[in-house]
Design a protein around this ligand. Structure first.
Ligand code: PMP
Length: 426
């Protein structure tokens, strides 16, 4: 199906570039077996990438290969399988280190995902640095995973959460940050990209403002690393967290990056095997980084799978991904705005490829259910960001989120689907 360029005046690349991109997309789509499936007897259109991304064949093959040929618990064995898989896991850690440009592989802690990483820091940082009356700043657009762990810690420590507000475009009111920072502020924790609105936050400015007052910053990169090149050294953030499954990797594995000197100061989060140096009933001493924070058998095969996903993404190139996804976003935004009664929630100047919207008189759940009948997977509800919904005084949105394997033609089908929904329900 040809791209509908007649209605499309947003910043499109030249025709030759489109042709090249289209060829590449055909190859890329072939790498993702799930995209060839039919759902409800229709070609699957998968626009729920902010919830989780699909996995390329190379990741699926890697998981299968390791379970089939190389599985053995790591770090403990002297035998071939254990040594082989230990080396592959530690190489995967180095791939992750290079991907975010961390100074050392000691700064890369393997976790279960973003939520796990934030809980780890909320616990350990809280234990070490937070006392009664202290404050943690989060923003109004955070995912619950970057609110609730801090609330739990604040309850334990009798500390307080301070909220950096956003405006009605879904942009942080960064000019208010200086006034919110006080001598009680212990840490600032904000999303790089909002999952509910798509806003790309000015984290460089936030980090700079915080550091000018010696306050460390945690960045929730769950919605960023798959779209934007992240360099933790250049950002100078103190902690950066993300999930493997949103980066075309397996579920149940994620990353906590932390500056070595900070991680060294923090107490362990969980106790168990791997994280110890010596155990007696009188006293336990802890292992060095990164193992101090990796209690128990690590999720080593998914870690190796995640490194494969990173290789795959880097092969396409994050700059190419960002450019292409921005075209998808602009095209979809332009087309959606033509639908009568459709309101986009979150119109920040800088956005990643997420569009949240409402259509007058149509409940998001009804829209989502009817689109599903057409084989179109989108997400509806609060997107685990209830304070965002409270800001806009709405109960939820319909959200389409795009990945580099999505196409302009799929957006056309989605818009047609929405028009059908509109015709049926409004
Ligand atoms: N933060 C943001 C911004 C997210 O989008 C998500 C996932 N929706 C999370 C945190 C939590 O990620 P996970 O469920 O993979 O731990």
């Amino acid at each position: 199906m040809p791209i509908d360029k007649t209605h499309f005046f947003c910043n499109l690349p030249a025709n030759s570039e489109i042709a090249e991109m289209k060829n590449r997309i055909i190859d890329i789509r072939n790498d993702f077996p799930i995209l060839k499936q039919k759902v409800n007897n229709k070609e699957l259109i998968y626009f729920d990438n902010a919830a989780t991304t699909q996995k390329p064949q190379i990741v699926l093959d890697t998981l299968n290969e390791y379970y089939t040929k190389y599985n053995a618990n790591i770090h403990r064995g002297v035998h071939f399988l254990s040594s082989f898989t230990t080396e592959a896991t530690e190489n995967a850690r180095k791939t992750i280190q290079k991907f975010i440009n961390a100074k050392s592989n000691k700064e890369v802690i393997i976790t279960k995902g973003t939520t796990d990483s934030i809980n780890l820091i909320a616990f350990s940082f809280g234990e070490r640095y937070v006392s009664e009356g202290d404050e943690i700043i989060v923003s109004e657009m955070e995912h619950h995973s970057n609110i609730v762990p801090w609330q739990l810690m604040c309850e334990r420590k009798k500390a307080k959460i301070i909220v950096l507000p956003m405006n009605d475009n879904g942009e942080l009111e960064i000019e208010k940050l200086d006034n919110l920072i006080s001598d009680k502020t212990k840490l600032i924790s904000v999303a790089h990209v909002s999952n509910a609105l798509g806003t790309i936050n000015p984290i460089e400015e936030i980090i700079q403002k915080a550091h000018s007052k010696d306050i460390p910053v945690l960045i929730d990169g769950a919605q960023a690393v798959q779209h934007i090149k992240v360099d933790v050294k250049e950002l100078d953030c103190d902690f950066y967290v993300f999930s493997g499954h949103k980066l075309y990797g397996p579920t149940g594995v994620g990353v906590l990056y932390g500056k070595e000197e900070l991680l060294n100061e923090l107490p362990p989060y969980q106790g168990g095997g791997e994280m110890i140096s010596k155990v007696t009933f009188a006293k336990t001493t802890f292992n060095e980084l990164p193992f101090k924070f990796e209690a128990g058998t690590p999720n080593y095969i998914d870690t190796i799978g995640l490194a494969k996903a990173i290789d795959y993404v880097q092969d396409i190139g994050l700059e190419n991904i960002y450019k292409y996804e921005t075209q998808l976003l602009n095209y979809a935004t332009y087309k959606l705005k033509k639908i009568k009664g459709l309101r986009i929630i979150g119109e920040a100047n800088k956005k990643s490829s997420v569009i949240s919207f409402l259509i007058d008189g149509i409940h998001p759940t009804d829209a989502g259910t009817l689109l599903d009948q057409l084989g179109i997977a989108i997400r509806t509800g609060t997107h685990c960001a209830e304070p965002v919904m409270q800001h806009f005084n709405i109960s939820g949105t319909t959200r389409a989120s795009f990945a580099f394997y999505n196409t302009f033609e799929e957006i056309d089908e989605f818009v047609k689907g929405l028009e059908r929904v509109h015709g049926m329900l409004s």
